[in-house]
Design a protein around this ligand. Structure first.
Ligand code: NCD
Ligand code: ZN
Ligand code: ZN
Length: 407
């Protein structure tokens, strides 16, 4: 194919280390086809898929099953997370050998499919992963604490306070971030803090990094671009995401931390749900999370156009830092930043607006409806082949391949 790139910018494909692509088990929300089409159009050439599917990715058999599903449909490359449960610690090594690219630990979860292991099991899991050299991504939120306080408030009839508890007690996230860092220091494990949402974690992150803990941290566009103020526009229940979007006053410090390197990575926590699942009357019944894999790069490019960051800084947080943290070195010693010809062509003069109807995810309930864009990806290549062109996916299902990680 002949590519005319006159007037365009060329950057490496983005690496999104936190997506929920929903198969097996929840294909009404998303399939590997719809999700990787969304990724390709959004300028993302590699994704790391989370294990909270059904069955959860907690055994070699479940990992093999997901590899088969992803392999048949994906048009971008992918790594699969294995789940750390309380009762599968003896299988982590076999899962790593079967190709788990990383592991996920839920310190906080209300999902019975992915129960939170107790602290003893967490430390033991970290010891195993330290030996295997694989990074462990942690959902660092103390849900048992929130649940206990919430039950108490509801029993006292204070349902409104209970509904807003998650937002107000960001201590539940700060504590879990700190606990993760301490366990990592004890065990020598490499850990990655998922979806950092609050400025109150930042001193604890800096403290751990200063002590030499191999800690990396991501944040996501909803924490950078939204606050609880958006509840008035979108509905408080629709806004539900774990961890919650915080009050105004957190996004600014999170931006600063992303630019100074305290936060290493921009990921998305792409968590698609149907609109009907996100608009229920009781907040606890609303599915938490938003689709994000298609909208992250364009949101950030709009900020590049406004001068908030440089394109080079964006490449550092979206491509270079994730490749380094998760061991993506397709050629020995060479970081996977644009390697294998994973490339995105940008037209920084193009403008547009985000619209849910235009997204490729099945669960397209975006909180960024109407956000103005300036700078769009116009062509995405995975291993030298075009997989998206001018906002349309064009790849052949099955072109995507599993990544190999170097520890
Ligand atoms: C995630 C999902 O929907 O899979 N939702 C979210 O709000 N982040 C699950 C999770 O990470 O808790
Ligand atoms: Zn999570
Ligand atoms: Zn998640």
């Amino acid at each position: 194919e002949t590519i005319d790139a006159a007037g365009l910018h060329v950057i490496p494909g983005a690496i999104d280390v936190h997506v929920h692509f929903r198969e097996p088990g929840f294909s009404h929300k998303e399939t590997w086809t719809s999700a990787t089409q969304a990724a390709a159009v959004g300028g993302v050439t590699t994704v790391f898929d989370m294990p909270n599917t059904n069955p959860p990715t907690a055994s070699v058999a479940a990992l093999d099953q997901k590899h088969a599903i992803a392999g048949a449909q994906a048009i971008v490359d992918y790594g699969l997370y294995g789940l750390i449960g309380e009762h599968n610690l003896d299988q982590l090594e076999a899962m790593a050998q079967a190709g788990a690219a990383s592991f996920k630990l839920y310190m906080g979860s209300e999902n019975p499919l992915v129960p939170c292991p107790p602290d003893g099991a967490i430390v033991e899991a970290f010891e195993i992963l330290a030996r295997l050299g694989l990074r462990c991504t942690v959902h660092a939120e103390n849900t048992p604490l929130l649940a206990w306080r919430g039950d108490k408030l509801r029993a006292a009839g204070r349902t409104d306070a209970a509904a807003h508890l998650e937002q107000h007690i960001d201590l539940a996230a700060v504590e879990a971030v700190s606990r993760t860092a301490i366990f990592a220091e004890w065990t020598g494990a490499k850990v990655h803090i998922a979806h950092e949402s609050t400025r109150h974690s930042l001193p604890h992150i800096r403290f751990a990094k200063d002590r030499g803990v191999d800690l990396t941290v991501e944040t996501c566009p909803h924490y950078l671009f939204l606050s609880t103020d958006e509840g008035a526009r979108l509905g408080d229940n629709f806004m539900r995401v774990k961890p919650p979007v915080r009050e105004p006053g957190h996004a600014g410090p999170l931006w600063d931390a992303l630019l100074d390197g305290t936060i290493d990575i921009i990921s998305t926590d792409h968590a698609p749900h149907l609109r009907s699942e996100k608009t229920r009357d009781v907040i606890w019944d609303c599915a938490p999370g938003f689709p994000g894999v298609e909208t992250s790069m364009v949101l950030m490019l709009a900020e590049v156009s406004r001068g908030r960051l440089t394109l080079g800084q964006y490449v550092r947080m979206a491509c270079e830092a994730p490749a380094k943290a998760f061991g993506l070195f397709p050629t020995k010693g060479v970081l996977a930043v644009g390697a294998d010809a994973d490339i995105v062509l940008l037209d920084m003069t193009k403008t547009g607006r985000i619209s849910a109807a235009g997204l490729h995810s099945i669960g397209n309930a975006t909180p960024f409806e109407g956000f103005p864009l300036h700078g769009l990806p116009v062509r995405t290549l995975v291993r030298g082949r075009t997989v998206a062109l001018e906002g349309r996916p064009v790849g052949t299902p099955g072109w995507g391949r599993p990544v190999t990680v170097a520890c």
